[in-house]
Ligand binder design. Structure first.
Ligand SMILES: [Zn+2]
Length: 305
């Protein structure tokens, strides 16, 4: 993959809270969401369903009002000539490219305008509309405040502990989380949650379908990624190669439920799967990539999964 070092990186799509610290101080106009935050159990359920790669830990109920960060440093960094060498600027560019795709693709497939979603960069702990979370949960999407959350040190964990060091793991992870945003604004996620409440025995199976659909959306984006432009019409990606796609597939293989359970030293228990097996995650990323269309991503169709 080659990024266009001349492209303009739009840091307004990011909320950089990495230096804003914990607690309530320092926030500039937090988003008023709900009352005093959700309970731990509800938060856990919310995040476990649409959340990160590893399930959930370290959540507490003191969600409170989310903070807002300060993008000054990020904006400066990502305006430098060597910006694409910097992790946070590359990730900002990936977010730009993913949303640029959905601005066109979403109306085509869902018949209404795409609603942009910010990605929050945080360090260690963060307050969200879904409650407080720590880095251990992995990247996640919070449907209550429509934001993607990521601690960028996650990629080191992905490389060192899970064996997915490829650069393309990064846009894949972000595109998967934006897949959850698509499911949120299109109503798929709330429909799925109602189905889970009606039929709790099927809750994990439904979660797997939701997760695999997000993988498929990531694949559909990857196919179209080189079409993404900045505000002035300059390409964000110069090229994406077969090796990149292979790295996306390799990442999908490392974060399948069966692989993670095995790695955790436990026995493989399909009843506990919430994200799909390695093979399924690869298969659905591939399905999206081959068609290049969200239409191919109906994991909820009878017999699809
Ligand atoms: Zn997910």
């Amino acid at each position: 993959m080659e990024l266009n070092e001349n492209a303009e990186i739009d840091t307004s799509q990011i909320d950089d809270r990495r230096s804003s610290g914990g607690g309530g101080g320092g926030g500039i106009g937090g988003l008023p969401i709900g009352g005093g935050g959700l309970t731990g159990i509800i938060v856990t359920v919310l995040l476990a369903v649409v959340g990160g790669y590893f399930g959930i830990n370290g959540l507490s109920g003191d969600g409170g009002e989310p903070q807002s960060g300060d993008n000054t440093r990020l904006r400066q960094e990502c305006a430098q000539p060597d910006k694409v060498k910097k992790l946070e600027c590359r990730n900002t560019l990936y977010v730009n490219a993913i949303q640029d795709y959905w601005v066109d693709a979403y109306p085509q497939h869902f018949g209404e305008a795409y609603k942009p979603a910010k990605t929050v960069f945080f360090a260690q702990r963060v307050r969200t509309g879904c409650g407080a979370a720590d880095s251990g949960v992995g990247p996640f999407y919070c449907p209550a405040d429509d934001q993607v959350y990521i601690d960028l040190t996650f990629y080191k964990q992905l490389a060192d502990q899970l064996g997915a060091p490829g650069e393309f793991a990064q846009p894949y992870v972000l595109a998967h989380e934006y897949g959850h945003h698509i499911q949120d604004i299109s109503g798929t996620e709330s429909e799925m949650r109602r189905a889970q409440q009606r039929d709790p025995d099927q809750a994990n199976k439904l979660s797997v379908k939701l997760e695999l659909q997000a993988d498929c959306y990531a694949g559909a984006w990857a196919k179209n990624a080189t079409g993404a432009d900045d505000r002035s019409g300059r390409k964000l990606f110069k090229s994406i190669t077969e090796q990149d796609i292979q790295e996306g597939l390799d990442t999908a293989a490392k974060i399948g439920d069966d692989t993670l359970q095995q790695r955790g030293g436990g026995t493989i228990n399909p009843a506990e799967f919430t994200h799909g097996t390695s093979a399924q995650r690869q298969q659905w990323f591939q399905t999206g990539f081959q068609s290049g269309s969200p239409k191919s991503c109906d994991t909820f169709a009878t017999g699809a999964v």
